[in-house]
Design a protein around this ligand. Sequence first.
Ligand code: ATP
Length: 228
Amino acid sequence: MIELKEITKEYSKGIAALNGVSLQIKQGEFVFVVGDSGSGKSTLIRLIMKELEPTSGTIIVNGQNLERMKHRKIAMYRRNIGVVFQDFRLLKDRNIYENIAFAQRVTEKPTRVIKQKVPAALSLVGLAQKYKSFPKELSGGEQQRVAIARAIVNEPAILLADEPTGNLDPKNSWEIMKLLEEANERGTTVLVVTHNQEIVNEMQKRVITMNKGVIVSDEKKGGYKHEN
Ligand SMILES: Nc1ncnc2c1ncn2[C@@H]1O[C@H](COP(=O)(O)OP(=O)(O)OP(=O)(O)O)[C@@H](O)[C@H]1O
């Protein structure tokens, strides 16, 4: 479970990117986070990844208070969180297999396990045949599918996606969302920041709407809300 209690984050003194945000996300939930530019969505994701520290408040993820987490435990903590970004963030000079194997090697998985897990992850995203290609040889949608394969290869408890369809056309956007939904059906908690109204409205998942650093609505089966 992800729990935020009264989280405030100020990048500069007196200006709160998040202002007293509290929320709970249960294991296995699928949640959209929507809201205008600058409302604090990416800040929320970076706090959960422990890339940022809150100015005040408490974050508890799977029973661990992030504030109390020892520095040497942070890498281990992040291994249990898959992340996907708008701009894919693949290693340009490595082929697809290596891009995913890399995520495994940092966890010191034995080569024999990597050899089995990488093709399995690529199959899940429909790219088993492309393992030798380099990122620039793939379409944007394919590159994002590789990023998802990389994010799910360690079977993380949590998958965070920050605008995963921001650079994609509608067809590829839907394919990416289906993959996130499938990961969720395998038990992963999925949190997706998006501006894609059509997808949010269609999928009828939990929708948290943010505006100016606060949560303005949180609906169990919601649609995309405009807050202006
Ligand atoms: N590193 C930073 N230093 C200073 N201010 C920042 C930093 N990152 C974000 N902010 C500010 O914090 C606020 C929230 O930003 P955040 O990126 O979380 O919003 P967002 O909802 O993800 O926006 P978008 O939809 O445009 O990605 C904004 O006012 C932004 O300018």
